[in-house]
Each structure stands twice: as structure tokens, then as C-alpha cells.
Write a protein that binds this ligand. Structure first.
Ligand SMILES: [Zn+2]
Length: 388
């Protein structure tokens, strides 16, 4: 079968797919092959195996971008065509499971599209009045927090997103957005609905109250210190650093310098120690996951860059891979490459354990069993790797 024919045939989920090479089922569980039949993973040779389309390489479960915004850009909600483009860009990058960390758009229609990544939503951001980016959040006062949390817990897919700190224009620096009593009520409300809570936090100040109130995750978490690191580890609070977003802090500081010099200095300091903070979190036993913060000011499709950044920060390559695959899926309650699981996987030309930068160029992206991306789907499989 020619490479072009493979592309055509591979796009049909009905035909069995034979993925050969090194299947990274888990960090310690590596197999020689898997089959995709009826959109699902199996390790038993299926009937019709002789007709199967083959793809060779190193295989990971579909990557996880655990902090991503679909249906959002720098100005607020976007139309469905733009949201679709965002989701397709993530798919091309191999990010097949997205935790949407807050969006004012209703993107529920994406769930009916077999060709788009799976989304776990956190509803719409909940922020303090005039303490977040315009047009993004419900902007409310502490007395209403629990009610909004309950509402968004019911709208989302098991997560609620708070803005935990933001610049306070009166003091001219970052400060916590919510009093402790309101956070206590908010966490109780979310947990009663079966939802977990995460919060955007840049600075140090808000972290103790959030953890003591029972938060499940913190986004960015640049303000972690020797005081709060052990607290996060002890309570099992995960972090999603979004290092590709933290890289923009110097620009934010530059723009704010004239009016808010203390804030600018603070942002630069958080940026300066970002790698040390992430490395210390990992060493303290805190779960660190991959997130790009795409959809605000950042482009979609940056999951490979974020994994590379985690390695630069000091995570061992296997831990950085786990943060974007095996561990992240487990944390979000979604299967990896287990028998019978939906076949959402990515195939690479080289071993991503040896160099995570391999993630930037997938050979094949398989979603719900269909080859939808990478050079195989494009009909240009290099080196004759795909054969019928
Ligand atoms: Zn975000």
C-alpha cells in the first residue's frame, strides 16, 4: 500500500491499525505492539490483521494539556470557527485531552465531534470584581462565591476555576482575591458537587488560605516558597506551572512598570526563580502537570514546548513525559493505553524518553482510532514506515 493510500485508509477508524515499535503503556511498561480495532486499543491480534494499516514508532497515550482555553482569545469569547481551529491546532500537536481552565464560551458542541480533542471543562473563570482580564470571568464579591462555584461545578466537567490573586491597583501589587471564609464555603460547595477546584495564583500570599481551605490544584504557582511547598505536598495539591506562559512575565512587567513599579518588580522576581520553584515542587513530591495556558494571549499547540520547559526546569525527562501523559491522565481520571481504552495516541519517530523534543513532530496522531494527524495522515510517511 502506498503512503498516500495509507493516509486515506488510516483516516477510517473501521480498518484495524497495527502500531509497532515501542508502546509506552507506562513509564515501566513497554510493549512491542498494539492494535486499534473499532476505535479501541487491544493487545490481541484481531481478525483482519492482514489488512491492517501499520505505523511504526514510539507510542504515547494522547498528550494532556492540563491548562488550555478553547473558545477564548485575548479579548474574550470567540466564535465556533475560531474555537474549532484552536482545538485542531492542539490535535496536530498531539494534545488529545485538554483540561479547559476557564472559558466564557459554550464549547459543549465539541463533545459531538469525533475529530476534535476531548475537553474537561472548568466552566467560566470566577474572579473578584475588576480583578482579572476583561470579558473572561464572572466578576463577583466574596458573599456570592459559593453560589457561583456551585453553578460552574454543575456546568463543567468536574473542575471549577477561581482567580486566586491578581494585581490590586490600589496597593500596586499582586494580592489575594478572596477572604478565607469565602474560600471555605467555595471548596465545600464544589466538593459537594463532586468537582475539584483550581486557582490562578502568581504570588505567595494567597497560597496558604487556598490550601487550608482544601483546594485541589493551583495554576502557575510561581509564588511557592519553603513555607508552602511542604504544605502542598502534604495536602496533595497539584500544580500546573505553564512555564511557556510564565516566560511572558518580563513583558507584563515592562508594560506595567510606569504605573505599578512594585508589581513589575514582583513579576520579574517570580519569573527569575521560576525553574527553581518548579524543581523544588517536584523534589518536594508535589504533582506537576503540563499546561500551556493557550487561548488567552498564547497560541495553541505548545504542549511539546511546555514539556521541554519542564526538563529545563530540572524535571527528569521521564517525569516531564509523565506530566503530559500517564500521570496527567490518571489525575484527570482518563485511561491511557490500557486494553479496551479509546485509541487516543501519538506515534513518534524517535524515543521521547531520550529527548522530549521529539514530541514536537509526531509521525501519527490517532484520535478515537482514526489517524488524523502527523506525516502518516498527510501521506508522506518517511522511510517507508507505514506498510499494508
Ligand atoms: Zn489560563
Amino acid at each position: 500500500m502506498s503512503a498516500a493510500a495509507v493516509g486515506e485508509a488510516g483516516a477510517r477508524a473501521a480498518q484495524p491499525l497495527h502500531v509497532r515499535g515501542r508502546v509506552l503503556v507506562g513509564p515501566e511498561d513497554v510493549r512491542d505492539e498494539l492494535w486499534v480495532v473499532g476505535g479501541r486499543v487491544t493487545y490481541s491480534r484481531p481478525p483482519g490483521a492482514a489488512e491492517a494499516v501499520a505505523v511504526d514508532g514510539w507510542v504515547l497515550p494522547g498528550l494532556v494539556d492540563a491548562h488550555c482555553h478553547v473558545g477564548l482569545d485575548g479579548h474574550g469569547a470567540v466564535d465556533a470557527a475560531t474555537a474549532e481551529k484552536q482545538a485542531l491546532t492542539d490535535r496536530e500537536a498531539g494534545a488529545l485531552l485538554l483540561r479547559d481552565a476557564g472559558s466564557p464560551s459554550d464549547t459543549r458542541w465539541i463533545d459531538d465531534r469525533d475529530d476534535l480533542p476531548r475537553i474537561i471543562r472548568a466552566g467560566r473563570h470566577i474572579a473578584r470584581t475588576r480583578r482579572y482580564i476583561r470579558n473572561y470571568a464572572y466578576e463577583i464579591e466574596p458573599g456570592d462565591l459559593a453560589a457561583y462555584v456551585r453553578q460552574e461545578a454543575r456546568r463543567g466537567d468536574g473542575w471549577v476555576k477561581l482567580v486566586g490573586d491578581w494585581i490590586d491597583r490600589e496597593t500596586g501589587d499582586l494580592s489575594a482575591c478572596w477572604p478565607r471564609w469565602a474560600l471555605d464555603e467555595a471548596m465545600a460547595a464544589a466538593h459537594a458537587e463532586g468537582a475539584r477546584v483550581t486557582a490562578h495564583c502568581f504570588a505567595e500570599e494567597s497560597l496558604v488560605d487556598l490550601v487550608e481551605a482544601g483546594i485541589d490544584c493551583v495554576e502557575h504557582a510561581t509564588g511557592l516558597t519553603e513555607e508552602t511547598l511542604p504544605l502542598f505536598a502534604e495536602r496533595g495539591v497539584a500544580i500546573v506551572p505553564t512555564l511557556v506562559n510564565i516566560a511572558t512575565f518580563p513583558d507584563i512587567a515592562l508594560g506595567a512598570e510606569g504605573k505599578f513599579p512594585d508589581y513589575a518588580r514582583h513579576m520579574r522576581e517570580l519569573h527569575r526563580r521560576r525553574y527553581a520553584t518548579v524543581a523544588a515542587a517536584h523534589e518536594a513530591g508535589i504533582q506537576v502537570f503540563t499546561g500551556t495556558d493557550a487561548g488567552g494571549s498564547l497560541a495553541h499547540g505548545l504542549v511539546a514546548d511546555e514539556v521541554a520547559e519542564l526538563v529545563v526546569a530540572g524535571l527528569p525527562p521521564l517525569a516531564a513525559l509523565a506530566a503530559a501523559s500517564w500521570s496527567a491522565r490518571e489525575w484527570l481520571g482518563r485511561p491511557g493505553l490500557t486494553e479496551g481504552a479509546p485509541a487516543d495516541l501519538v506515534v513518534y519517530r524517535e524515543d521521547p524518553r531520550a529527548d522530549v523534543r521529539v514530541l514536537a513532530d509526531p509521525r501519527a496522531v490517532v484520535l478515537r482510532g482514526a489517524v488524523l494527524g502527523g506525516s502518516v495522515a498527510g501521506g508522506s510517511a518517511a522511510g517507508g514506515s507505514a506498510v499494508g
